[in-house]
Ligand binder design. Structure first.
Ligand code: URA
Ligand code: CA
Length: 444
């Protein structure tokens, strides 16, 4: 017999909770038997006292089994999932899914929608005319078996415990707790049915985790949970201090992904895709050496195989695959305006968060869940940290469908770039790789 108030009291005092106590809380909360105010107190106690890796694993598993547990066993081969902790202009999944599928990996991807300054892969894909982002489980499995990849919105029945807990965390100032974030993310990955998981944990101005150290701690905890739950997990800690790649928006990120698959991608985005993608290839068991895996990915871009896979994915999900050649088929913007620097200089900082919020207010993202987004608007940036910028050349281009918003955004974009007279080093993208047995910190 458990009493909720005793469990809250224990956590308040920093005493470790048992598997049974944690399961009792989650089951009772999802069933509506435990009220929000008690769980709110519990969350705040966790915020201050933390949870160790065992408790966090119990919480994750209790959450994962609160709803549908997806069974992907009808897909032959090792299913490898990729997840990003969320960021600005994170075009990675759009490139990575066709890229790894072109190398034979079974890429069964469930993605989310954007909220606030972070974008979502599902919204981006909806820029492609006809593209169906809500596949039934049967269609999803059939497409992965047939062409090696499918991308769908998350099932509504997946992890109801996370939906309730997240909404409560949002209004009780308990979102930014490492065990709560880790259990929220990992419960969805585990319920999603993948055998192996590659995590991209971002840090910096445009991410949940503001510092490298915090992101590393979150990554280490998620790797431990995944491995304790029997799903081999590898995490990368990556930079989100400046936007990733050059496009921030929906249809323009689809263009960026296609260009990257054609071999014209920005080095930051493509290097991150090679790093995450080669790990997915190794985890799938189809490849043995990282160098070999990277070579296959590079070759598949050069030969057009990866781009062809993207066409197949678009076609299989009802979309118009001609977008790959003709970007005018994607939603556009009525107005564009280029932003120039006041003087020549090296780009020292690009405020990813401010640009993400500006893109959101232009209409590329939603402030509230119910908001309808404008797929054609966004911001192209032409310079990254470390690049030299001449005052005759634009730093960025704003795309808008509303003149007032366009004019408002100019100052936001201008002030998001800080230039200096001195040379500035480029930022490295991948900072660390964390597996069940080691932490490798990258030099450059
Ligand atoms: N992403 C999630 O899914 N959950 C969190 O708590 C934070 C980021
Ligand atoms: Ca981008």
């Amino acid at each position: 017999m458990f009493f909720v108030s005793d469990i809250i009291e224990k956590k308040k005092r920093g005493i470790k909770l048992s598997k049974e106590e944690i399961e009792f809380l989650i089951k009772g909360y999802v069933a509506g038997e435990i009220p929000d105010y008690q769980i709110a107190a519990f969350l705040m106690a966790v915020y201050f006292q933390g949870m160790d890796e065992e408790e966090t694993t119990y919480l994750t598993l209790a959450m994962a089994s609160s709803g549908e547990m997806i069974d992907l066993s009808k897909i032959d081969g090792v299913k490898v999932d990729k997840h990003s902790s969320g960021g600005i202009a994170d075009t990675t999944s759009l490139v990575l899914i066709p890229l790894v599928a072109s190398a034979g990996v079974k890429a069964a991807k469930m993605s989310g929608r954007g909220l606030g300054h972070t974008g979502g892969t599902i919204d981006k894909l909806e820029s492609i005319p006809g593209f169906k982002t809500e596949l039934s489980l049967e269609e999803f499995i059939e497409n992965v078996n047939k062409i090696g990849a499918a991308i769908t919105g998350q099932s509504k029945h997946l992890v109801p415990a996370d939906k309730k807990l997240y909404a409560l965390r949002d209004v009780t100032s308990t979102v930014d707790s490492i065990p709560l974030i880790a259990s929220s993310i990992m419960s969805k990955k585990i319920a999603g049915g993948a055998d192996k998981i590659v995590l991209d944990v971002k840090f910096g101005r445009g991410a949940f985790m503001k510092t490298y150290e915090e992101a590393k701690e979150l990554a280490e905890l998620m790797v431990k949970i995944g491995n304790l739950a029997g799903r081999e997990t590898v995490a990368f800690v990556t930079d989100m201090e400046q936007p990733l790649g050059l496009a921030i928006g929906n249809s323009i990120e689809v263009i960026e992904a296609i260009e990257t698959l054609k071999g014209n991608g920005h080095e930051d985005l493509i290097n991150l895709c090679f790093e995450l993608g080669s790990e997915m290839l190794l985890l799938s068991g189809l490849y043995k050496e990282k160098e070999e895996a990277i070579k296959v990915l590079k070759d598949n871009i050069t030969s057009g195989k990866a781009l062809q896979k993207f066409r197949e994915i678009i076609k299989a999900q009802g979309g118009d695959e001609k977008v790959v050649e003709d970007y005018s088929l994607l939603p556009g913007a009525k107005y564009t305006l280029e932003v120039y620097p006041e003087e020549d200089g090296y780009v020292r900082e690009i405020d990813a968060l401010r640009l993400g919020l500006t893109a959101m207010k232009l209409g590329a993202g939603r402030q509230k869940k119910e908001d309808v987004i404008d797929l054609g608007v966004g911001i192209w940036i032409f310079k990254k940290v470390g690049d030299f910028s001449e005052k005759e050349k634009p730093l960025a281009k704003i795309l808008a469908n509303d003149k007032d918003k366009l004019n408002w955004a100019v100052k936001e974009v201008e002030e998001s770039f800080i230039l200096s007279k001195e040379k500035v080093p480029k930022r490295k993208v991948v900072w660390a790789k964390i597996t069940g047995s080691e932490i490798i910190e990258y030099k450059s």
